[in-house]
Design a protein around this ligand. Sequence first.
Ligand SMILES: [Ca+2]
Length: 190
Amino acid sequence: MYPKINLVVILCTLMVFLSGCQPSTPPNNQQEPPQNQSQENPQNQSQEKQVIHASTVDPLTQDSWTQLSQSSVDLDADNEEESLILYTAAQRDSKGEIMWDDGQKWLLLVKDDTSYYTLFSEYVQLGSVYFTVAGIENTPTPRIGMLVSTGSNLTLTNYTYVQGKQGYEEETAYDSGIINSIFTSFPAYQ
Ligand SMILES: [Ca+2]
């Protein structure tokens, strides 16, 4: 279809120039940019992001957890810090070393006074979970990046608090699909 449209445009342009009747009118310029090109990715706009809302139930009371990493950051731009904490269900032995199983549950939790936002609570087979927090230009709230690395998959998921939705929007930034991981330099939790 496009070659036909281009031919019509070229022919019309040539006819106007060859006729010499309308040298001062610029309507040709208005016809040149094809407006349909900006509609190539309508799917991106229609994707609804999942929003994680607060719960008053402390998820830590349901299982026993080992805290691995913690960050105190103002995640919702109310000038008060929340706690962003990563836990694993693997327990420590008497020497304090983590007794890793082939797989265990992981929990990434935002604690805001008596409100709890469970960003991630899943069993991860032969893998580990990591998170980052970063300020983003022109965005009022920082972005949490959660990386889940296993022997067969690597994903990066972003969580950002959206004040209008009173929750954390979840967005998959990267998903490797099924892979056979050969090597990773990610450090192991101690
Ligand atoms: Ca806050």
